[in-house]
Design a protein around this ligand. Structure first.
Ligand code: SF4
Ligand code: SF4
Length: 433
């Protein structure tokens, strides 16, 4: 027997943790236990793939399982852009704002497409991510489509879930009610630090600040008894890094550890577009560092599991995921909207998606074909598909920027109170001793 290459080991003063990237399971145990040699643990370690046979080709199994899961995937995912314009002009934004609200014929075509897909019986789950521009500028489109989708999902017994990426400016009390009716329970809202810093980066068309209104709206959400989860994203750059601590404190005071609000940090990147030349980016990856800091303070933060779980690939690599533009253009990625390779098809008024198969293949086939990814210890999570766009742009593996921070991420999981397999095994060990 040998140890799987996908196992990460973390040592602390009292305990050790083994985390298996392939299965997403972790084992926490006292450092006095020699876990690899302990007879009562052997079957657990083998069953959960911590230990494998000497001749086992786990890389091949991982690849085959991934291919199989993709084939058997019964979730349809649509990222719908109800509006492609925005009330903001953030300094790092890559969008051109050339289009506005979704055209009525596209809305009709989309309804027909959804009805046909759900009627096919191929899906158990349907997930919609509302995106833009600013999606809430097209809230009437969202309402009509949501009512239709909810009714269709009920008809065909398909589980429905929805989320929204919004700048937060239009989440008024009235819109919150509407969103609740639309079953939109997952939000991502960006606050780029304290007011002075945020208001330099996330500005309205006329250049004025947006912080006060966003915060007021989030407090309205907090004071409601609705069920939702808000990921409060902070884009970190050298310009706002100094203010991160003050921002975390402000979020802590405002949301008082309400677990519906989670902090999340993202390094600002060069995401394409004319703003790239004057956007500075951090040399160090701040995401892991800040996730650790806020988790240590017991502030609700995005779970580290979201980063290191099995099959954590980009939606653009998922053959059952499409982005639907306001003019019916079908994309795979929400970032490269102006890259022709990303304009993979067209939705017709009759409800069909005419796909350009060769462009489509660029997004979904390259990770599994990359032999170099096969031998990587992160393959069961990334599969070479963490960002097909980077792969296309650079011609090399799009390794996630936390690839070398796996031990730290497992430590953060522990700090966040993740339940590892431990009690049951401790009992086994105790009774065995
Ligand atoms: S392909 Fe890359 S840039 Fe596009 S959505 Fe996926 S992760 Fe983002
Ligand atoms: S892209 Fe990088 S991290 Fe992902 S599987 Fe390939 S080599 Fe590993």
């Amino acid at each position: 027997m040998k140890r799987s290459r996908y196992v990460v080991k973390v040592k602390s003063e009292e305990n050790h943790i083994l985390y298996n990237i392939r299965t997403g399971r972790g084992l926490k145990y006292s450092k006095s236990i020699k876990v690899w040699d302990h007879p009562s643990l052997q079957s657990y370690l083998v069953k959960n793939k911590f230990l494998i046979q000497d001749n086992e080709r786990e890389d091949e199994e991982v690849l085959e399982n991934y291919k199989m899961k993709r084939m058997q995937n019964r979730t349809l995912h649509l990222i719908i852009l109800p509006h492609e314009n925005c009330n903001f002009r953030c300094v790092y934004c890559y969008e051109k704002f050339e289009r506005n609200k979704m055209l009525p014929e596209v809305e009709q075509g989309l309804k027909k497409y959804i009805a046909q897909e759900l009627a096919s019986g191929r899906y158990k789950h349907f997930t919609v991510s509302w995106f833009g521009g600013e999606p809430l500028l097209g809230i009437d489109v969202m309402e009509r489509l949501s009512a239709f989708i909810i009714q269709q999902c009920e008809k065909y017994d398909v589980h429905y879930s929805a989320g929204i990426t919004t700048n937060g400016y239009l989440i008024t009390k009235k819109n919150l009610e509407k969103l609740d009716k639309m079953k939109v329970y997952n939000y991502q809202v960006t606050i780029d630090g304290v007011k002075e810093v945020h208001d330099q980066q996330r500005i309205q068309k006329d250049g004025s600040g947006t912080y006060d209104t966003i915060l007021k709206n989030l407090i309205t959400m907090k004071n409601s008894n609705k069920k939702f989860r808000v990921l409060l994203r902070m884009n970190v750059s050298p310009d706002n890094y100094q203010e991160v601590e003050a921002h975390i404190k402000k979020m802590e005071d405002t949301f008082e550890k309400d677990s519906r609000f989670e902090l999340y940090f993202h390094n600002i990147g060069h995401w394409g577009g004319e703003n790239d030349d004057h956007v500075e980016i951090c040399k160090e990856n701040m995401m892991v560092k800040l996730l650790q800091q806020s988790s240590q303070k017991k502030i609700p933060t995005m779970s580290a599991k979201a980063l290191i779980k099995p099959d954590n690939v980009c939606y653009a690599a998922d053959p059952k995921s499409f982005v639907i533009g306001t003019d019916g253009t079908v994309y795979k990625c929400t970032v490269a909207l102006y890259d022709e390779r990303n304009q993979v098809g067209q939705l017709t008024e009759a409800g069909n998606i005419n796909l350009d198969q060769s462009k489509f293949a660029l997004w979904v086939d390259q990770g599994i074909a990359d032999k170099r990814c096969g031998s990587c210890y992160l393959a069961p999570s990334c599969h070479g598909d963490s960002c097909p766009l980077i792969r296309m742009q650079t011609g090399s593996q799009p390794c996630p920027d936390f690839k070398n921070d796996m031990s730290k991420l497992v430590e953060i999981l522990d700090i966040q109170g993740h339940r590892f397999d431990e009690v049951k095994l401790k009992q086994e060990v105790t009774s065995d001793a």
